[in-house]
Each structure stands twice: as structure tokens, then as C-alpha cells.
Write a protein of this length. Structure first.
Length: 276
């Protein structure tokens, strides 16, 4: 299910004019895949060996062999690691303004972070929220000058400097955040209805390190056809995409990778590919 499975509601996926929930989208894709013959294995890959062919994939319960491999392990938003965060994901805590901003129309929210992604999302969220407070642990932003200027000119955006979130408060929904000033050490409580965290993403690529080429942040490097540096291994979605991180773009890349894997298998088995 990946990121969609923890997204409460999805408004921007094609074919759902009234929106859908992450759980419903995942369940529909699951059913459709099974209808076309896909077999689901509910396990976790803990090691791979791409030096041999067929490739070897070790899980907690077994070892699998594969002539072709599509890596679609996604990326995880870096979390604050504070009390209340995990409990309120989908109930005011979010890691995607594009996905969830619509639900905060007319509300006051906070954005945590000081880089490009934090300011890009803060600017986007001003389309919906009545007030966006950007919380940053330093007194200067890391974002580009252009983004900083745009944010400072936006009347809906306010900055809270030299501060970190130490706790997210609320029972069924976010009600406030506890802040600590890193200079004075003083704590304060800020009422808010939403907490958007943008302190980076981490691709789930660790088990492929040393075997697949990656960039400095761990994203798997592919060509435009989703091929990796190992023949027969393809990568799609957020594990290879540090830019877009959308359900629809990941789905498109997954389709491309599946077609390329089929072509690879046809070539390997010396048979014609039906789509050629």
C-alpha cells in the first residue's frame, strides 16, 4: 500500500471526481492486480543478491528467485520523532501539502522545515489555510532566495524562528503543538489545526546499497525507461523519484517498469514481445 495507505483522503487521482480514501484506492488496485493474475506475498524483503541470475530476494520467511525485478519500495517522509506525531497522522499531521491541503481550508496550520520543499508547500498551502506558520530551528532559511522572497511577501505566512516542535497535542485531531526555543530553552504552546512536516524524505533503498547505483541521497538512478545499472532490474516510484512524489506519477512509472520488465523477459527467453 505504501504512502497511499496512510493518506486519509485522496482528491487528485484521475478517475475519482469525488475523491477517494487511500485505503480504498489501495484495495481497488489490489483487486485489479489479482484479477489479472498477480499473486500477493505479504512479507518484507530484508536482503537481495543481484550478482547472480536469477536474482535472489530474501524475506523473513523464505528466499525467492526472480528473472526480473522491479524495485518499488517507495520513500518515507522523515518524521519529527515527537510524542503525538504518529498517533495523529491522517488526523491533522501530514507530510504532503498537495495531497491534504484541501482539507484545511480556512484553518490555521503550521509547517515544519526551512528548505525548498517546506517553503514550496507553505506557499501552496496558503491557497487553503487562513494562516500558515513556518517553524524553523534556525534564524535563517536554507531555501532558495526566490522562494524566501515569495514566502516573505505572502501575507498569510508567518515565521517562528529558533524553534522546534517537541510535542503534537490532541486526542482525535491536532489541537496544538508544544514549541521549544533553542536559544532561550523556553517552552510554549501554539494552537493549530494542522501540522505539515517537510524535513526531507528518505528512499527505502538501503538493501540495494552497493549493488544499484544511487544518488547522494539514496535514490536509485534509472534511465528514462526505468532501467537501473543492473540488467533485468528496474525501479519505479518514489524510491527513484526525489521530485514529484505523487500517486499518479508513481503509477505511471510502475506501468513503464512493468512493460520494460516484460520486454526484458521476452528477450531473455528469446520470444517476441506482444507489444513490439
Amino acid at each position: 500500500g505504501g504512502q497511499p495507505s496512510i493518506t486519509n483522503e485522496i482528491e487528485n487521482y484521475p478517475g475519482f471526481p469525488d475523491g477517494t480514501t487511500g485505503a480504498e484506492l489501495v484495495e481497488r488496485v489490489h483487486r485489479q492486480a489479482e484479477r489479472f493474475g498477480a499473486r500477493m506475498e505479504y512479507d518484507e524483503a530484508i536482503a537481495v543478491d543481484l550478482r547472480v541470475h536469477p536474482f535472489r530476494v530474501k524475506t523473513y520467511s523464505k528466499e525467492l528467485a526472480a528473472k526480473a525485478l522491479i524495485v518499488a519500495s517507495g520513500a518515507s517522509s522523515r518524521k519529527l520523532g515527537v510524542p503525538g506525531e504518529v498517533e495523529l497522522i491522517g488526523h491533522g499531521v501530514s507530510y504532503c501539502g498537495t495531497c491534504d491541503g484541501f482539507f484545511f481550508r480556512g484553518r490555521e496550520i503550521v509547517v515544519v522545515g526551512g528548505g525548498d520543499s517546506a517553503l514550496e508547500e507553505a506557499l501552496f498551502l496558503t491557497r487553503f489555510a487562513s494562516r500558515v506558520r513556518v517553524i524553523h530551528r534556525r534564524d535563517q532559511l536554507r531555501a532558495s532566495y526566490i522562494l524566501q522572497e515569495r514566502a516573505r511577501r505572502n501575507e498569510k505566512i508567518e515565521f517562528i524562528w529558533n524553534s522546534v516542535v517537541t510535542q503534537i497535542n490532541g486526542t482525535s485531531e491536532v489541537e496544538s503543538v508544544t514549541l521549544r526555543n533553542v536559544v532561550s530553552g523556553e517552552d510554549s504552546v501554539l494552537p493549530t489545526e494542522g501540522v505539515f512536516v517537510f524535513i526531507g524524505h528518505s528512499p527505502n533503498s538501503e538493501i540495494f546499497r552497493g549493488q544499484l547505483e544511487m544518488d547522494e541521497n539514496g535514490y536509485i538512478i534509472t534511465n528514462k525507461l526505468t532501467h537501473t545499472n543492473v540488467k533485468g532490474v528496474f525501479a519505479a516510484g518514489e524510491v527513484a523519484d526525489p521530485v514529484f512524489r505523487q500517486n499518479v506519477t508513481s503509477a505511471g512509472e510502475g506501468a513503464r517498469a512493468a512493460i520494460e520488465a516484460n520486454k526484458w523477459l521476452a528477450e531473455l527467453e528469446d520470444r517476441a514481445y506482444p507489444g513490439a
